[in-house]
Design a protein around this ligand. Structure first.
Ligand code: NAI
Length: 727
């Protein structure tokens, strides 16, 4: 006998309608755990035993969400040795859902809240899905974003419901999450009801009108919509899928999309039961592998830790910003103004002239126009949002602001000046933030009277799309300022990481290592196209030389000069980097400073990239320069990982979750790794394996691959990079 509690309540009325209420008594959400598996089996047994007295079944939930899906804590801890167990228990759940689906009685899902992953799989096993028009509810299969696939029949049923192409594109490959209206359009729910009563009434009406129920795929003569791989029309399109997949993943090691495609295509050519076994096999392979563990760690646990304020000083009352002054209406200021206004905050967007400020506001108008045209927002919301942004040139306009975000040119004296201009006009306790990307916060704070209230708030470009904000604590920043900065970032729905002041903070410093490594390979004579390809295959969303062009080649030069001065002033010896010479020649000899200057590693036509500059091969490429592809990929990943460990050692970073999330969301470290420190944890052979490989790279390519002391110590003690359990 199982000692697990019952997670599915059986309620039967006198008309023979059974309501199965998903309600795990031990958790705030229902998940696909062992107790659920046992309860599902018990319910399937009872439905079969009492078949004669059951007229129909409604599946609903007592929780806010219908069903939350797999238990990620369980899923992220299964090892390859548990493959058989995972496979068997997955098949058992599938079998029991199938028994309910083929009972011959109408089964309706009444979806009052979110049904993602396993939740949608339960719903798809029902004959009808009626969703409540709940604006918070989401429907879809986000498994792919965690390196998994829906392994409870989700691939098999979505393919049979929507056809292979639609199932792949609409629900399986991108992990899209739909609100009730869009879920109806996508064909994954059948009806949307305005109220809970109406939803249940409609569920009953379906049962009343349907004596017997069968899924379309269990009826005679059923064909998969759009055809199967066996049909000539479909077969002709089939080769396009792997090609698109390569485009989506850039050839990077993401096993989930590949397995999803295989499970869908192979499963479409066989009967339902065989398809379920195929799906279970591909699921098991993913769940027992390293990539899913990495992705669950980053996109679930670390993200949750970061967003829930593990780094926010406790004891400071949460506060909401009402009105923000954004100083500087250039590229960053305009984007910051938009993001604040979108979150309902009043914005004063200030620049040197009214025209410049208006131009900054026009950026929001343009984004909103596009959003209206695409049906993403309404005309009324557009007008409301725009009305919140007041462009201004007069410093007096910032009166009443309880927060300031400065985004003027990158110049210490100018930044000091603009804060002096407004510090007595804004609210006397206004939070003071700078969006500097390189200047020390401690230095900038010297320009304001209330330096305790001063802090760095580093946004990324384009601000409306980039989810990360790096909060930089200066030497003088108070806990109150940190907590308020944290709350502001959450208020505008972005993800905050917290770092201590240091040259380049965390993100700019570490991305610099990546770029320098790519350029170093050009210096060694490697074909530039191969360098770009290696970055793509390692999983970087932006290729290394194209990224260098975006940031401009003059920026690392300036930073290098400042760093050199600082090192020499401190009595140290400056170590030149192999990338330096290429960057200097690109700027000085060839006049190619990057995209904004019209030419860089790439040629540009009308501002658009038009291929790598052929001169690169002529001036830098050596025919005998051969670096194995594996080395090229790992050099980029390793320099970033190693320098991140140094950031931890130096106290620039104080948490592992910040490093992982900051690296993926801020600087494009490949998502399959689970972030820059999880990459080390998950490396073949763990930390000792990583150390051994770093030493090989060091011997071949230079001192910068030397493993830092903290890494060596953890490897020796058998530890990994983790924040450990938090209270
Ligand atoms: P930008 O050159 O596009 O805009 C700067 C704006 O500041 C201009 O509109 C200018 O008229 C205005 N300005 C100059 N003096 C002013 C004054 N006295 N009062 C009010 N406004 C004044 O520069 P961008 O790219 O927006 O950068 C702004 C800041 O953000 C810099 O500190 C930069 O380092 C930082 N940053 C830039 C990122 C990027 O990707 N461009 C990323 C993160 C931070």
């Amino acid at each position: 006998m199982s000692s697990e509690p019952t997670t599915i309540r059986w309620e039967q009325d006198d008309t023979g309608v059974v309501t199965l209420v998903l309600d795990d008594p031990r958790q705030s959400a229902n998940t696909m755990n062992a107790a659920f598996g046992a309860s599902l089996k018990a319910v399937a047994d009872r439905l079969e035993a009492e078949r004669e007295t059951v007229r129909g079944v409604i599946v609903t939930s007592a929780k806010k969400t219908f069903f939350a899906g797999g238990d990620l804590r369980d899923l992220s801890s299964v090892g390859p040795d548990q493959a058989r167990q995972v496979f068997e228990s997955g098949l058992a759940v599938k079998r029991d859902l199938r028994r309910i689906e083929t009972l011959g009685k109408p089964v309706v899902a009444a979806l009052g809240g979110t049904a993602l992953g396993g939740g949608l799989e339960i719903a798809l096993a029902c004959h009808r899905r009626i969703a409540l028009d709940n604006p918070k509810a989401r429907f879809g299969f986000p498994e792919v974003t965690l390196g998994l696939l829906p392994g409870g029949g989700g691939v098999v049923r979505s393919v049979r419901l929507l056809g292979i192409t639609d199932a792949l594109l609409k629900v399986l490959l991108e992990g899209k999450q739909y609100n009730p209206g869009r879920a109806l359009e996508a064909g994954i729910v059948d009806e949307v009801a305005d109220t809970e009563e109406e939803m249940l009434a409609r569920a009953r009406a379906f049962i009343d009108a349907t004596a017997q129920s069968r899924q379309p795929w269990d009826t005679e003569g059923y064909r998969i919509p759009g055809g199967t791989p066996a049909s000539p029309k479909f077969a002709a399109n089939l080769p396009a899928f792997p090609a698109n997949l390569r485009k989506q993943t850039g050839g990077a090691p993401y096993p989930a999309p590949r397995n999803i495609l295989a499970a869908a295509v192979e499963g479409a050519q066989v009967d339902f039961e065989t398809a379920q076994v195929i799906e279970a096999r591909y699921f098991t392979e993913l769940v027992t592998g390293q990539t899913a563990k990495n992705m669950i760690q980053a996109f679930f646990f670390d993200l949750q830790a970061v967003n829930s304020g593990a780094n926010r000083p406790a004891g400071v009352e949460p506060r909401r910003v009402r009105k923000v002054a954004v100083l500087g209406a250039g590229m960053m200021g305009a984007g910051i103004a938009y993001s604040c206004a979108r979150a309902g905050i009043e914005v004063v967007l200030k620049d040197v002239s009214q025209e410049a400020a208006e131009r900054g506001k026009a950026y929001s108008a343009k984004l909103l126009e596009k959003a209206v045209a695409r049906g993403r927002t309404t005309e009324a919301k557009r007008a409301e949002l725009l009305a919140r942004i007041t462009p201004a040139a007069d410093p007096a306009a910032v009166a009443g602001c309880d927060a300031v975000i400065e985004a003027v040119f990158e110049d210490t004296a100018l930044k000091h000046k603009v804060f002096q201009e407004i510090q007595h006009i804004v609210e006397p306790d206004a939070l003071l933030c700078s969006n500097t990307s390189t200047l020390p916060i401690t230095l900038l704070a010297e320009g304001v009277e209330r330096s305790r209230d001063f802090i760095g708030l580093h946004f990324f470009s384009p601000v409306d799309k980039m989810p990360l904000v790096e909060i930089i604590k200066g030497g003088q920043s108070g806990d109150e300022a940190l907590a308020r900065a944290f709350d502001l970032v959450r208020q505008i729905n972005k993800t905050p990481i917290v770092v201590n002041d240091s040259r380049g903070f965390f993100t700019s410093r570490v991305i610099g290592r990546f770029i320098n490594e790519g350029v170093a390979m050009v210096a060694e004579g490697v074909e530039p196209a191969s360098v770009e390809q290696a970055a793509g295959q390692a999983g970087y969303p932006a290729k290394v030389l194209s990224l260098m062009d975006e940031l401009t080649l003059t920026l690392p030069r300036r930073i290098r000069e400042e760093s050199r001065r600082a090192v020499e002033e401190a009595g140290g010896t400056w170590q030149p980097h192999p990338a330096d010479e290429v960057i200097d020649r690109m700027v000085d000899e060839f006049g190619r400073p990057g995209r904004s200057g019209g030419a860089g590693f790439y040629d540009y036509e009308d501002g658009r990239r038009a291929g790598l500059w052929p001169g690169l091969r002529e001036h830098f490429t050596k025919p005998d320069a051969e670096i194995p592809l594996a080395d090229m990929k790992e050099r980029m990943l390793f320099v970033e990982a190693i320098d991140t460990v140094r950031c931890l050692e130096e106290g620039v970073l104080t948490s592992v979750a910040d490093a992982n999330i900051g690296s993926i969301l801020g600087i494009g470290f490949p998502g399959w790794t689970g972030g820059v420190l999880q990459y080390i944890n998950g490396y073949d052979g763990g930390l000792p394996g990583f150390v051994a490989r770093a030493r090989q790279l060091r011997a071949a390519y230079g001192e910068r691959f030397e493993p830092p002391a903290l890494l060596l110590e953890k490897a020796r003690k058998g530890e990994i990079f983790t924040d450990g359990p938090r209270d």
